[in-house]
Design a protein around this ligand. Structure first.
Ligand code: PMP
Length: 443
């Protein structure tokens, strides 16, 4: 399907079936297990089997405590928090877990209104709208913004929720090479005759969709350059900040803040509450007119039950901590912790000879395994040594680009990180994934 796999397609089609049907079952066997704790710096993983004295396998519900390098708990809010948790419990008692209604009936609580104002202020846009699920935010909003006669230009590595939203819209879809402003320009040039005034071009509307941090690459978007191309060709920009909002930038305001982009230059800012804020749901932040339009027209706003009130309270409280509006400096400390932790971990992994993707400051850190057969070996062995790491492979990545994807949190202590590095290094030797010379051998 992808340009990169051209020529390999027939082989891959066979392998696709093999790996998804067989290997995936084995991967699930080593990782996709129930968790019996909050997704904090440590998690309790439920064991599937244990052996008795006769070495026969028994089903069990015992748990093992592991260092958690697998959850998107970037700022550590997905655990009991001295400011957030009491407020969330209070909101649960006051509002119950569900509004039992859609937004336009009686599903808009005071909390929903407060959260939308706060999110808009936090990301630097005039207005915002929230949804019960991050995935749905992309897959339901893109078809409202775009339709037949429009053109969506999407980064090749955009998340599945964007791909599905684009497909559902009926607009024409073109992809540009991952994070490449020059290829984006090439695609735009192909689609619009250069110099044509906006009203005469063939498309009703053109929107370019990118992510702040790419979830499988850990890479920051080349946002300033991409925005410059969009401005030149008068295309709208749609930025998914699922992994970047709250996690990067001096005050947690994501990739715009880190790369010095004015949020006014991004037309649609999308994000999720499931990562840095330790909650559920997603948002779109944009001009008042766009948000008003979405409120009137988006089926996911009109027909779906609104976000759970305790989840909304968690969003409000965690953003207040990030902004220092809880009266403490914990937000600033969390932000400096995640930066230091990410940069320390990435540089140590590189010194050990691993091929690590992603940019500095990014808490998403893929270690390349390449060969899909190394996935279960790596994952299982790390788990056996009490480090829980998620491995990702086809179809989330191209077939032969399997990787382990580490997510760093502000709640990891230096001790957690050092212990994890020791385990990853040992398992890396065992599985044979140190593709570069270790640092002291380089000299
Ligand atoms: N966008 C991106 C870039 C993502 O990585 C994800 C999921 N990790 C989503 C959207 C969907 O968000 P959620 O998991 O909160 O539904």
């Amino acid at each position: 399907k992808s340009k990169d796999l051209k020529g390999y397609a027939p082989i891959c089609l066979g392998l696709e079936d093999f790996y998804t049907r067989r290997l995936y079952l084995r991967i699930q066997d080593c990782f996709g297990r129930p968790i019996a704790s909050a997704p904090d710096s440590k998690i309790d993983v439920v064991e599937r089997f244990s052996t008795d004295n006769n070495k026969t396998l028994q089903r069990t519900t015992n748990t093992t405590s592991c260092i958690n390098l697998g959850s998107y708990n970037y700022l550590g809010f997905a655990a009991a928090d001295e400011y957030c948790t009491p407020l969330v419990i209070e909101s649960l008692k006051k509002y119950s877990p569900s509004t039992c209604s859609v937004r336009v009936d009686s599903g808009t609580t005071k909390l929903h209104a407060e959260a939308e104002e706060l999110v808009a202020r936090f990301v630097g846009k005039p207005a915002a709208i929230t949804f019960g699920m991050g995935y749905v935010t992309n897959s339901a909003i893109i078809p409202v913004l775009m339709r037949k006669g429009g053109l969506i230009i999407s980064d090749t590595l955009n998340h599945n929720s964007i791909v599905n939203g684009a497909r559902a819209s009926g607009a024409t879809i073109r992809v540009f090479q991952h994070n490449s402003p020059s290829h984006l320009e090439e695609v735009l040039r192909e689609q619009i005759a250069e110099g044509q005034p906006r009203t005469h071009r063939p498309w009703k509307k053109i929107i370019v969709v990118v992510e702040g941090i790419y979830s499988m690459e850990g890479e920051l978007c080349n946002l300033p350059e991409i925005i410059a191309v969009c401005k030149k060709y008068k295309a709208y920009t749609y930025l998914d900040e699922a992994h970047s909002i709250g996690a990067i930038g001096k005050t947690g305001r994501g990739v715009c803040e880190l790369l010095g982009v004015d949020p006014a230059d991004v037309d649609i800012m999308m994000g999720t509450f499931t990562k840095s804020f330790g909650s559920c749901g997603g948002y779109i932040a944009a001009s008042k007119e766009i948000i008003q339009y979405l409120k009137y027209t988006c089926p996911a706003h009109i027909y779906a039950t609104s976000m759970s009130p305790p989840a909304v309270q968690q969003v409000i409280s965690s953003i207040k901590v990030i902004l220092g509006e809880d009266g403490s400096n914990r937000g600033a400390l969390k932000l400096s912790h995640i930066r230091e932790n990410s940069n320390f971990f990435r540089s140590e992994l590189k010194k050990m000879g691993f091929e690590v993707l992603g940019d500095n400051d990014s808490p998403v850190m893929p270690i390349m395994l390449y060969n899909p057969a190394k996935i279960p070996a790596f994952s299982r062995e790390c788990l056996r040594q009490n480090v829980a790491i998620v491995t990702v492979a086809f179809p989330a990545t191209p077939l032969l680009l399997a990787r382990a994807r580490i997510c760093i949190s502000a709640s990891h202590t230096r001790e957690d990180l050092i212990k994890s590095l020791e385990v990853i290094s040992r398992v890396g030797d065992l599985v044979g994934i140190k593709y570069f010379p270790v640092e002291n051998e380089k000299a």
